[in-house]
Design a protein around this ligand. Structure first.
Ligand SMILES: [Zn+2]
Length: 173
């Protein structure tokens, strides 16, 4: 698989990124099976080699920072033996939150591809637009809307089922 698009038509962009987002969606489904918020992420290098794939683990790890993006950034950095990841692409099913966008900028990740927008936490265009803040010394390219319907639906279904079960009332906050 090759990450770089041959041209920038919507169909070409989707064809290029869909296979990686499908892996991220598989990870989101794993999260669902663990009753975690179903967000999955993948990091691929510039040649399209998948370096890491994982999902949200905040509840299982009792770790508010264990978002899918943070986990794959840590894994890829360890694999490459480098705290910076220039040239890699991070795929994530849901728009990265502010924390994850900051980590993406710290890691110097070149490109972020996400599926569904997150109006409550999104740091890549919804609540904040950190990628275009010129006060930072690195600005990742953002591509959004890849496999958007599937990425949104898994979140909608999760929260609908949790509301049905009284999830919010029973969570320790
Ligand atoms: Zn996050």
């Amino acid at each position: 698989m090759v990450v770089q698009e041959k041209n920038n038509t919507p169909a070409a962009i989707a064809a290029c990124h869909d296979p990686f987002m499908k892996i991220a969606l598989e990870q989101a489904a794993c999260a669902l099976g663990e009753e975690e918020v179903p967000v999955g992420a993948v990091i691929a290098d510039k040649d399209g080699v998948v370096l890491a794939a994982d999902h949200n683990r905040t509840i299982g790890l009792n770790d508010p920072t264990a978002h899918a993006e943070i986990i794959v950034i840590r894994k890829a950095a360890e694999l490459l033996g480098n705290y910076r990841l220039p040239g890699v692409v991070l795929y994530v099913t849901n728009e990265p939150c502010v924390m994850c966008m900051a980590a993406i900028i710290h890691a110097r990740i070149s490109r972020v591809v996400f599926g569904a927008e997150d109006p409550k936490w999104g740091g890549a265009g919804s609540l904040y637009t950190l990628q275009s803040d010129t006060r930072f010394n690195h600005r990742p390219e953002i591509i959004q809307g890849i496999c958007e319907d599937a990425c949104r639906q898994i979140m909608v279904d999760f929260f609908k089922s949790k509301r049905h079960k009284g999830y919010c009332a029973n969570r320790r906050t």
